[in-house]
Design a binder for this molecule. Structure first.
Ligand code: FEO
Length: 172
């Protein structure tokens, strides 16, 4: 059974994962309208992945006797200006998500809820991967700068990454 404090922390995390999914969906849509189809495919897949992160929490909360709340979401930005802006936003967002996962883990320890603590380790590991992927992409973008040919190849590379994302295939 979840304590009220842990249930509240998990519901907060449900909202954050849902917001991440919305945010990446908005980025995907903008990229598609700009002709960056590889980037769009990558971001659509990433948005699905965030929805999976949310659902995994929803199911856990309900299985443990709590009530997972479907959150209200704010409209994400419509315009992103450049791929650089997109991936800068994505990296900063993932860093904030890591911070919030750490806060949930902290509540679990305060409440001596070792079951939820154990469950949350999946998210801790996932954040290491997500941050590392976002940093790798950011490094590439910084290297390319505004070189059109470079951006074309980068976009094509992301399409391949979208197709080989393991977490997304697990989610389906
Ligand atoms: Fe669910 Fe990208 O953190």
């Amino acid at each position: 059974m979840l304590s009220k404090k842990v249930e509240k922390a998990l519901n907060k995390q449900i909202k954050i994962e849902a917001e991440s999914s919305q945010f990446y969906l908005a980025m995907a849509s903008w990229s598609e309208t700009q002709g960056f189809n590889g980037t769009a495919a990558f971001l659509y897949a990433h948005s699905d992945e965030e929805r999976f992160h949310m659902l995994k929490l929803v199911k856990f909360v309900n299985e443990r006797g709590g009530h997972a709340i479907t959150p209200a979401l704010e409209q994400p930005p419509k315009e992103f200006n450049s791929l650089n802006t997109i991936f800068k936003n994505l990296l900063e967002h993932e860093m904030a998500v890591t911070q919030s996962i750490n806060e949930v883990v902290d509540v679990c320890l305060q409440e001596k809820d070792y079951t939820t603590h154990n469950f949350m380790q999946w998210y801790v590991a996932e954040q290491i991967e997500e941050e590392s992927l976002a940093r790798t992409i950011m490094d590439k973008i910084n290297m390319i700068g505004s070189d059109k040919g470079g951006l074309y190849l980068f976009d094509r590379d992301l399409e391949t990454m979208a197709g080989s994302n393991e977490s997304v295939s697990v989610a389906k």
